[in-house]
Design a protein around this ligand. Structure first.
Ligand code: 6PG
Length: 467
C-alpha cells in the first residue's frame, strides 16, 4: 500500500475541515481519531461521508496511522490544547523515527510549546507549534497559519502548509515561518488577544447604538462602515448576526449575555503584563467577558436600581465611526507592541510586517487596516510613530470622547473604548502623575526616585515627613 504524505490526528471540527482542505489540494492524507465511547464511528463516518476524496485513509490505532505515513513523517495534531497534547505525543513517540515532524495546530500556550519543542528535540523529533486561525470555514477553505519551531523542519512541511493556507491580495500564502520554538503559538495567542478587543469594541458599539436603533438599522450602519477603510471580517459577521431572524424576532436578542472564553485572551493579557506592555484594550475586553459571566448578580443588582434609565439620546454616528477607527488602530498598535517586546525577551526574529501580511486573509482579525499595517510595519514597528496614523488619532480624539460621553449618558459600559481613550491620552501626555507614585514609594519604602533637575543615573531618597 502506498504511504500517505501527511497525517491529521483529531477529527473535531477543525481537524475534519483541515483534512478535507488537504485532500482537496491533492495530498494523500491519513486521519486518526480515537474510537472510544461516543467517538467509536468518527473515523469511519468521516471517510464514508467524504468518499469523493480517494486520497483519504482513516485509522483508529496510532500505530497503524503512524506506519501509514511516508518518512520523514509529517503529522498535524488537532486536539484539545493542554494535557491532551502531551498524552497524544506520548502515544506517538514509540512509533516515530528521528526527523519525523509533529505539528501542533491547537491553541497551545507558547510556553508549553517551548517545553515540548525542547523535549522532542532531545529525542530527535521535530516539533512545530502552529497557530491556526479562521475557524471552521477558514480551516476548510484556507486558514492563516503561524508555524514556529526549527526553520529546517518548517521547510519540510512548508509546501503542504502553504498549499492549504489562505492567499493574500498578491496570491501569496498566508503562512510564513514565524520563529523558533513557541513563536508561532505566541503570535496566535496575541492574534486572539487582539480578536477579543476587536469583538468587544463591536459589542460596545452595539450596546450603545441599540439604545436608539434596532438591529437592522445598526446592521445598515455597519454595512456602510464595512464598505470603507473600516472593513473587517468581524464587522462583516456582526452585520449577518444582527440581521438574523427567528420568526419575527432577532435571534441575537435571544442569545444569553454571558461570554465564554477558552483562555487565549487571558494568556495574552498576562503576557502583556509579564512583558510590561500596557495593552489595556485587550485586557478590558477580557474583563468585560469575565464580568458578563456574573449574570445572576447583575440581574439581582439591576433590580435594586432606584433610578431607572431614561430613553437615551442618539449618539453622533459620524463621531462613532471615527472613534471606532481610533480604538481599532490603538488595539493593533498594542498587539504589535507586545510582539515587539517578545522579540527581545525571547530572542525571536519576528517580522511584524510579515505577520500583518499573513493576517490579511484566512484569520479572524483580517481587515483593511491589516492590509495597511503591512506597509506601516515595514518602516517602524511602532504604529504611533507614523505621522499619518498619529494625525488620524489626534483628529479622532474628540470623537472618541464624544462616544464615551454618549455611553455614560446612556449608562452603557464601554470599557474597551475608555481604555483606548486613556491609553491615547496618557501616551500623548508629557508629564503624568507618576511623580506622586514615586514619592509615595519613596515615602513608605525608601524606593528612591529620580529628579527632573538631576542626571537620570542618580537616585534620591527624601525625608518626606520633615517639612
Ligand atoms: C481563530 C480563533 C479561534 C477561536 C478560539 C478563541 O483565530 O480562529 O481565535 O482560535 O475562536 O477558540 O476562542 P475563545 O473566544 O473561546 O477564547
Amino acid at each position: 500500500m502506498s504511504k500517505s504524505q501527511f497525517g491529521v490526528i483529531g477529527l473535531g471540527v477543525m481537524g475534519k475541515s483541515l483534512s478535507l482542505n488537504l485532500a482537496e489540494k491533492g495530498f494523500d492524507i491519513s486521519v486518526y481519531n480515537r474510537s472510544e465511547g461516543d467517538e467509536a464511528h468518527i473515523v469511519s463516518e468521516f471517510i464514508d461521508t467524504n468518499n469523493a476524496f480517494k486520497t483519504l485513509s482513516g485509522f483508529t490505532t496510532i500505530k497503524d496511522f503512524v506506519l501509514s505515513l511516508e518518512r520523514p513523517r509529517k503529522l498535524l495534531m488537532m486536539v484539545q490544547a493542554g494535557a491532551v497534547v502531551d498524552i497524544v505525543i506520548d502515544q506517538l513517540l514509540p512509533f516515530l523515527s528521528p526527523n519525523d515532524i509533529i505539528i501542533d495546530g491547537g491553541n497551545s500556550h507558547f510556553k508549553d510549546t517551548q517545553r515540548r519543542y525542547l523535549n522532542l528535540k532531545e529525542k530527535g523529533i521535530q516539533f512545530i507549534g502552529c497557530g491556526v486561525s479562521g475557524g471552521e470555514e477558514g480551516a476548510r477553505k484556507g486558514p492563516s497559519l503561524m508555524p514556529g519551531g526549527n526553520l529546517e523542519s518548517y521547510k519540510g512541511v512548508a509546501p503542504i502548509l502553504e498549499a492549504i493556507a489562505a492567499k493574500d491580495a498578491k496570491g501569496q500564502a498566508c503562512c510564513t515561518y514565524i520563529g523558533n520554538d513557541g513563536a508561532g503559538h505566541f503570535v496566535k495567542m496575541i492574534h486572539n488577544g487582539m480578536e477579543y478587543a476587536e469583538m468587544q469594541l463591536l459589542a460596545e458599539l452595539y450596546a450603545l447604538l441599540s439604545q436608539t436603533m434596532n438591529n437592522d438599522a445598526i446592521a445598515k450602519l455597519f454595512s456602510e462602515w464595512n464598505n470603507s477603510d473600516l472593513s473587517s471580517y468581524l464587522l462583516e459577521i456582526t452585520i449577518d448576526i444582527l440581521r438574523k431572524k427567528e420568526g419575527d424576532d432577532y435571534l441575537l436578542d435571544k442569545v444569553l449575555d454571558k461570554a465564554g472564553n477558552k483562555g487565549t485572551g487571558n494568556w495574552s493579557s498576562k503576557t502583556a503584563l509579564d512583558l510590561g506592555v500596557p495593552a489595556n484594550i485587550m485586557t478590558s475586553a477580557l474583563f468585560a467577558r469575565y464580568l458578563s459571566a456574573f449574570k445572576d448578580n447583575r440581574v439581582q443588582l439591576a433590580k435594586q436600581l432606584i433610578h431607572k434609565k431614561s430613553k437615551g439620546k442618539a449618539p453622533d454616528l459620524n463621531a462613532l465611526e471615527h472613534a471606532y477607527r481610533m480604538a481599532r488602530i490603538l488595539n493593533h498598535h498594542q498587539g504589535f507592541q507586545i510582539m515587539q517586546q517578545a522579540l527581545e525577551a525571547y530572542s525571536w526574529q519576528l517580522n511584524l510586517s510579515e505577520i500583518a501580511r499573513i493576517w490579511t486573509n484566512g484569520c479572524i482579525i483580517r481587515s483593511q487596516f491589516m492590509e495597511d499595517a503591512i506597509l506601516y510595519l515595514k518602516t517602524s514597528t511602532d504604529l504611533l510613530s507614523h505621522p499619518s496614523i498619529f494625525k488620524t488619532l489626534e483628529a479622532s480624539e474628540p470623537d472618541l470622547l464624544s462616544l464615551i460621553q454618549s455611553a455614560m449618558t446612556n449608562r452603557v459600559a464601554s470599557d474597551t473604548f475608555w481604555s483606548a481613550y486613556n491609553y491615547w491620552i496618557s501616551m500623548t501626555t508629557d508629564r503624568l502623575p507618576a511623580n506622586l507614585i514615586q514619592a509615595q514609594r519613596d515615602y513608605f519604602g525608601a524606593h528612591t526616585f529620580q529628579r527632573t533637575d538631576a542626571p537620570l543615573n542618580q537616585f534620591f531618597h527624601a525625608n518626606w515627613t520633615h517639612l
